[in-house]
Design a protein around this ligand. Structure first.
Ligand code: NDP
Ligand code: GDR
Length: 324
């Protein structure tokens, strides 16, 4: 019998790639979509992958426990992937309460809905390398202490520990993937890689003169979302629930990532990039570098896409979009 999956955050970057992966594996895929004033489903990412008609959508919001209970009751999922969140770190200082409600309490609402309606279902929580924050160890693994540095990271840490608690308190199959930054042509335009690749495409096409940036010294461990959703699925195929770091094991400055993007179109970033303090954050996570050896050993997972290949793929996709 085909398995059934329920994905929250189905309209986001990871929701789109995960939906495609699960559809390819023969799953029946349900996606929770929040209501907006725009008519219909905000399904542009699913459309980009050509799968918008293959997912069945349910109306719902992570802050409303009653609709989550109904969603789990109606879909009877084998696997639940909780990807929905207020996921932009910078916005979390402007909207700390909403971020706590959606990214923190929202995950507990989803855990409760599963506990009440389908306690045997396997549950995936989208935890984040942002939880490491002020870095305690040069290479971050599942045993590295956390030190969240933003309302987003604090909310994710709460959701992370609640996921561990539901596993230990109720014996539920709840797993947390501590994923480092992952990007793609479907990344939101506010995140740094896509902001850069979109701007590079527009500059190349003569549609933009200047790219305004924040902290160029920050270092991130960047992988490709297409690779990372495979790790999510692999985690839920394990007999025992656990926590896993998912990362490439390479860290790069924002500055060097920008250089890769400009070099692809034969331009010099010094001619276009300016610093605008508006893009700085009240507190910064200076460097992230993940140790994914547990995922490699237990899941057989490794990152397949280099930063260079991914940035080139993103610039090319943005060139196509802006030429259209
Ligand atoms: P996106 O920002 O692209 O997607 C977020 C999704 O959450 C969207 O579908 C959004 O819906 C939905 N959403 C937001 N608020 C609510 C709400 N109140 N109720 C229901 N749905 C809501 O994130 P990503 O795909 O990049 O990330 C997926 C998850 O993984 C997130 O939880 C993120 O925090 C986490 N994560 C991401 C990493 C990354 O590098 N990408 C790394 C580590 C963790 P809408 O389309 O309507 O806005
Ligand atoms: P991050 O991603 O905060 O790591 O969270 P983002 O791409 O927003 O920032 C990465 C780093 O780049 C620096 N930076 C800028 N960032 C943005 N967005 N815009 C700029 O102009 C800019 N200039 C410099 C930032 O200061 C930061 O150091 C992402 C999200 O997907 C989270 O949901 C997820 O949990 C983590 O990754 C892992």
């Amino acid at each position: 019998m085909a398995k059934t999956a329920l994905i929250t955050g189905v309209t986001g970057q990871d929701g789109a790639y995960l939906s495609r992966l699960l559809l390819e594996k023969g799953y029946k895929v349900y996606g929770l979509v929040r209501r907006s004033s725009h008519f219909g489903v905000n399904d542009h990412r699913l459309r980009w992958l050509g799968i918008e008609k293959d997912v069945e959508y349910l109306d719902g919001n992570l802050t409303d426990l009653s609709c989550l209970i109904r969603a789990v009751r109606e879909t009877r999922p084998d696997e639940v992937y909780n990807l929905a969140a207020q996921s932009f770190v910078k916005s979390s200082w402007e909207q700390p309460v909403l971020t706590g409600n959606v990214t923190g309490i929202g995950a507990v609402n989803m855990l409760e809905a599963v506990r009440i309606e389908a306690p045997e279902a396997r549950f995936y929580q989208a935890s984040s390398s942002e939880m490491y924050g002020l870095i305690q160890e040069p290479l971050q693994s599942e045993t590295t202490p956390f030190y969240p540095r933003s309302p987003y990271a604090a909310a994710k840490l709460y959701a992370h520990w609640m996921t561990v608690n539901y596993r230990e308190s109720f014996g539920m199959h709840t797993t947390s993937g501590i994923l480092f930054n992952h990007e793609s042509p479907l990344r939101g335009l506010e995140f740094v890689t896509r902001k850069v690749t979109d701007a590079v495409a527009r500059i190349k096409l003569g549609k933009l003169d200047v790219l305004e940036m924040g902290n160029l010294d920050a270092k991130r461990d960047w992988g490709h979302a297409r690779d990372y959703v495979e790790a999510m699925w692999l985690m839920l195929q394990q007999d025992t629930p656990d926590d896993y770091v998912v990362a490439t094991g390479r860290t790069t400055t924002v500055r060097d990532m920008i250089t890769i993007a400009f070099a692809h179109v034969g331009l010099d970033p010094d001619d276009y990039v300016r610093i605008n303090p508006a893009f700085l954050r009240p507190a910064e996570v200076d460097i992230l570098l993940g140790d994914a050896s547990k995922a490699r050993a237990k899941l057989g997972w490794t990152a397949r896409t280099s930063l260079e290949d991914m940035i080139v793929e993103m610039v090319e996709a943005d060139l196509v979009r802006h030429k259209a």
